[in-house]
Ligand binder design. Structure first.
Ligand code: G3D
Ligand code: MG
Length: 204
């Protein structure tokens, strides 16, 4: 993130103002590992999950890097087909999306792609940063981040769409803190871009 402090901008102008807590919505097909990831982030331990009917919500504090100390309010929304129409009511006004994928479930990657694109293409979600967790990396046959990026068609979303694909294993917590940090970074970038565009529009 390059700042431009020398040209009449103050330090405050250069810093994105992030409201706290940041609102994050976790989506993905049923059984991808969303609830496991949420409770791993919250309690730093594995909790046995049952399929989510409705949602779970937890406040989580960033533990490392630039997002250390930042509060995130994370909504984990049920992923069963009958619950997916509800996703839209959660994603309105969110700061970031976490899309969790079971990296071993090749058969349902196309379905995951369709649901992701449907959510991201709805106007109220335009340009919301996305963290894709390529989960269950501990299992044999798990596809890597590059494959998941390709099969979900993330590049098709255009150059303005900020996203990052993080390999993860939610049951032991691997990759989750890194993923959250990457998402925080994307949220900062988006705020900066929005601020810049707002300034330029005012000049016109
Ligand atoms: P969901 O909230 O997306 O529907 P859950 O998914 O968090 O309920 O997880 C679904 C199943 O996947 C759970 O197993 C959970 O333990 C498992 N799981 C989640 N993350 C990982 C992972 O990284 N690796 C492995 N091997 N399994 C994972 P059960 O057996 O309880 O259905
Ligand atoms: Mg769940």
């Amino acid at each position: 993130m390059g700042g431009n402090l020398g040209k009449g901008g103050s330090l405050l102008d250069a810093l994105p103002t992030l409201s706290s807590p940041l609102h994050i919505v976790m989506l993905g097909l049923d059984s991808a590992g969303k609830t496991t990831a949420l409770y791993r982030l919250k309690f730093d331990q594995y909790l046995n999950t049952v399929p989510t009917i409705g949602f779970n919500c937890e406040k989580i504090k960033g533990t490392s890097g630039k997002c250390k100390g930042t509060s995130f309010l994370v909504w984990d929304v049920g992923g069963q087909e009958k619950l997916r129409p509800l996703w839209r009511s959660y994603t309105r006004c969110t700061d970031g999306l976490v899309f969790v994928v079971d990296s071993t479930d090749g058969d349902r990657m196309e379905e995951a792609k369709m649901e992701l694109l449907r959510t991201v293409r709805s106007p109220e979600n335009s340009a919301v940063p996305i963290l894709v967790l390529a989960n269950k990396q501990d299992l044999p046959g798990a596809k890597d981040a590059a494959y998941v990026e390709k099969v979900l068609g993330l590049k098709e979303l255009g150059p303005q769409q900020l996203y990052f694909v993080q390999p993860a294993c939610a049951i032991i917590g691997e990759g989750l803190a890194e993923g959250l940090e990457a998402l925080y970074d994307l949220i900062c970038r988006r705020k900066k871009i929005a601020k810049h565009n707002h300034k330029n529009n005012k000049k016109r």
